[in-house]
Design a protein around this ligand. Structure first.
Ligand SMILES: NC(=O)c1ccc[n+]([C@@H]2O[C@H](COP(=O)([O-])OP(=O)(O)OC[C@H]3O[C@@H](n4cnc5c(N)ncnc54)[C@H](OP(=O)(O)O)[C@@H]3O)[C@@H](O)[C@H]2O)c1
Length: 255
């Protein structure tokens, strides 16, 4: 199962900052050919120029992953260029504030559009060629917040839970093939996303370390890459707590 990632063609969404950006930085020296996707074109351009191989080897696309037509267009462009993608890292995500009891439907919809639909749009167009070749790895970035409802995070928790279940079901559907499905479940990682959090983040990890762990996990084709292990253990225990006990414990968090 352990296969070096060196030389693979890897598409990363959400590559303009944080975890996706760092994954690109660490994969390029491993001779990977990268296809980078995000909305902030200038950042992607600067990143590609700074990578070994530069624009001759790597590509980037400005794209809002929640826009199915835009995703279809870039996937067609990739496929028409004869590029075979070995690994999809569907990592773009948003976590915007939510103040109960104000159910801001637009805000909730946006989180689903990016965190859930933004992953599915790529799977729709890029999974079939993988199935045809009978090889490939599809990884999506979830969150421990997808294990159970988190305080003041209903939209984010729900979108990541939906993503986790979707990936789990796909894995079962394609179990007999050589196409693999990995759920990346990071704890708190230092990034622009967490920089805006105003609550205590246990076991906060530097993004460089997080990317290293993710790459190792992808090479092992792990079903889930959950880290750091201490937060992962706590989250997994929380998953099996009875609902009333879980709600009682969590009610005092993040006032
Ligand atoms: N950091 C953590 O502690 C943590 C923990 C658990 C899970 N995660 C997950 O890890 C992933 C990466 O997060 P991060 O911490 O690296 O955050 P980040 O630095 O804010 O990066 C988010 C990335 O997603 C892209 N993105 C957002 N909306 C997009 C859209 N509509 N279309 C295309 N790209 C979009 C952003 O690029 P543009 O703005 O340029 O489009 C950016 O590159 C997310 O899925 C997040 O939920 C993070």
């Amino acid at each position: 199962m352990n296969e070096k990632i060196n030389g693979k063609t890897v598409l990363i969404t959400g590559a303009s900052s944080g975890i996706g950006y760092e994954l690109a930085q660490q994969l390029a020296p491993k001779d990977c050919r990268l296809i980078l996707v995000a909305r902030r074109k200038e950042l992607l351009g600067q990143l590609v120029d700074s990578l070994p191989g530069g624009g001759k080897k790597h590509r980037y696309y400005q794209c809002d992953v929640s826009d199915q037509n835009a995703v279809e267009m870039i996937c067609r462009d990739i496929l028409n260029s004869g590029i075979g993608i070995d690994i999809l890292i569907l990592n773009a995500g948003v976590s915007s504030g939510y103040k109960p009891p104000d159910l801001d439907i637009e805000n909730i919809r946006l989180q689903f559009e990016v965190n859930f639909w933004g992953v599915l749009h790529f799977i729709k167009y890029l999974l079939p060629p993988m199935i045809e070749r009978n090889e490939g790895l599809v990884a999506a970035t979830g969150s421990p917040a997808g294990y159970r409802g988190m305080p003041k995070s209903a939209p984010y928790s729900a979108s990541k839970a939906a993503l986790a279940r979707f990936m789990e079901s796909l894995r079962i559907d394609f179990w007999k093939t050589d196409v693999h499905f990995t759920l990346i479940t990071p704890g708190f990682v230092k990034s622009p996303m967490t920089d805006s959090n105003d609550f205590y983040m246990p076991f906060l990890m530097p993004v460089e370390k997080a990317a290293k762990i993710i790459i190792k996990g992808l090479e092992k084709k792990k079903l889930e890459i959950c880290f750091p292990w201490r937060l992962c253990c706590i989250a997994k225990v929380a998953r099996i707590l009875p609902p009333r006990f879980y709600a009682w414990i969590m009610q005092n968090r993040r006032k």
